[in-house]
Structures are given as C-alpha cells and as structure tokens.
Design a protein around this ligand. Structure first.
Ligand code: BQF
Length: 292
C-alpha cells in the first residue's frame, strides 16, 4: 500500500509555479493576480480562503480578498463580480462557495467572465471541459488527475467508480476520467439513489469518493489492490484538537488502506491539491493561456 502524499506534491508544484513566476516577472511580465470574494463568516470557508491567500504568497502571486457580510444582496454581489470582471489588474477570481441561501450561486457563477473563471465553474468552461477543449478545469478533479499521474496510477481502460454527482467534483471528475486525453477509464457514477452501490465499488479499480459522508467507504466495498481517492473533508467534533474538530474523509481509512494499492489520506491528500490547482489555473490566467 502506498499513501499518496497530496501535501508534499502540492508543495512541490507550488515551488515549480513560484519559479515560473520569478522568470515571468524578471523578464518584465505581469505578476499573476488572484482575487477572492468571501461572503459571511462560515468557519470552513474562512479556512479555505485563508489557504488560498497563503498559497498565492507561496507562488509569488498578488492576491486580493474582498469580504462582505452575509446580508449582502444578490444584486450587490453581482455588481462586485462585475467590478472584478472589469478590473484589468485581476487575472482571475473566485467566489467562495457556499453562498447564503438568498443568493443564487448559479447566477453568480454565470456573472463571472469565463476568461477569469479560475474555479472552472462557468458553463462555458464546463462545456469546453466536457468536449476536451482548452479551459479552466475545476481544481479538485484537476488535482486528483495530477496525483494519479505523478504516482503513475494506471487509469487507461480501468474501471473507475465516482461516488457523488456534484457540479464541483463528481460530474467533472467523471467527465475527465472517461476522456481519452485524461483518464481514458470506464466510468460509473454512483449516488444516494444508486442500487448495488457496494457491488459497483467492489468491481472498481479506482474509487473516487466525493459524497460528503464521513467513513462512507468501508473495507467490504473495496477490491484488493484498488486505488482509493478520498475527497471528503467533513468537520467532525474532536475534543483532542485545539480547534475542537478534525477533518474526516468519506473513506474509513484505517480498515480500507490495507487493501489498497494507493490511497489518499485526509487531511493531506486531495485538499492541498485543490488549492494548488487553483494556483495553476491562476498562473494560466496570468499567461492568458486559454483565452484572449
Ligand atoms: C487538507 C471545500 C467543501 C465545500 C467547499 C487542505 C483544503 C482542505 C483540506 C481546502 C474545500 C475543501 C475547499 C486540506 C478548499 C478543500 O490538508 O486535507 C486544503 O482548503 N479546500 C473550498 O474552497 O471549498 C469547499 C469543501
């Protein structure tokens, strides 16, 4: 069994990015600039945005954090998005999700100029990804592909089960794993209403768990020698931690790991790669790699 070290891989990639930024700036180019909009004071969102700002520093990017109270109206938020669309210094930006219930996430996502949509959530980027055109790819699936590549996990022709069908992870992950230029795998998507979910999992060479249910994947669901990628990051109360909680994955790690060829831990697996791929997308935005 080999543990896939997402934290170390992300650190290495960020160092590669920082080096490229140095070269760009030294030759008179523009330092990439990521902006982030954070609405409200959700503990998870605060942490995630802080991770992103720190990663920008590690990569030598400029970053701008715009904070708003959770009573901001949809109209006001859309106006802020438009300001960032118009700001020529900002190469890419994100709106941290989830948003308060009175704001339509879809409306906000569609208001973002797709050329600055480094999260890859805009329908133009989603559509271009689905047909294999150059575009910003959602950071979590992109990070998982990078881990599979760097650890030389064979995906071509393999059976891959994606657990979960969210727009952010499950759907794009399944799309990419099936595409010849990425996973080239045979992909099955399972979700809360799937019959025989356990059986599907037991037949999988690769399981990508993104359902947001702590310890959902148990040893009896995993084939000997399978690769298991854990996308879960649920905060569960833990008195032994300073913060009062710990991150729990979708996989019951202790019992599943011994059966695996490769497995990602939580924390330190997919999470750091998500942040790192947002940085990669921002570097692409700075270089106008896909658009303009
Ligand atoms: C780690 C996210 C659910 C909903 C919205 C490192 C992150 C997490 C874990 C992180 C996530 C999850 C992010 C670890 C960003 C991943 O060491 O294991 C980093 O910051 N993430 C997000 O921006 O929005 C979310 C999960």
């Amino acid at each position: 069994m080999q543990i896939i070290d997402g934290k170390a891989t992300a650190a290495q990639i960020k160092a590669e990015i920082a080096e490229e930024v140095q070269t760009i700036v030294a030759s008179g180019g523009k330092r990439p600039h990521l902006a982030a909009i954070l609405v409200g004071h959700d503990g998870g969102s605060e942490t995630y945005v802080r991770n992103k700002v720190l990663a920008c520093e590690a990569c030598g990017f400029k970053s701008t954090l715009l904070r708003f109270e959770d009573d901001i109206t949809e109209e006001e938020l859309l106006a802020e998005v438009d300001k960032l669309n118009q700001d020529d210094d900002v190469d890419g930006f994100i709106v941290q999700l989830p948003l308060p219930r009175h704001i339509s996430e879809q409306k906000v996502i569609e208001a973002i100029d797709y050329r600055k949509d480094v999260d890859g959530f805009h329908p133009i980027n989603v559509g271009r990804m689905a047909i294999g055109l150059p575009c910003y790819i959602s950071a979590t699936p992109k990070g998982i592909l990078e881990l599979l590549k760097r650890y030389q996990v064979e995906t071509s022709g393999k059976k891959c089960v994606v657990l979960g069908r969210s727009n952010i992870v499950g759907k794009p992950m399944a799309q990419l794993m099936m595409q010849k230029q990425y996973g080239d795998a045979t992909v099955t998507v399972c979700h809360s209403h799937s019959k025989d979910l356990k059986k599907e999992c037991r037949e999988a060479d690769i399981i990508i768990a993104a359902i947001g249910q702590p310890d959902f994947v148990t040893a009896d669901m995993v084939k000997e020698g399978a690769t298991v990628i854990d996308v879960g990051t649920t905060r569960v109360p833990d008195d032994s931690k300073k913060s009062g909680f710990r991150l729990n994955g979708d996989v019951k790690y202790e019992e599943v790991a011994p059966k695996c060829a490769f497995i990602t831990p939580v924390p330190g697996g997919v999470g750091p790669m998500t942040i790192c791929m947002l940085m990669k997308n921002t570097l692409s935005a700075g270089k106008k790699e896909f658009y303009q």
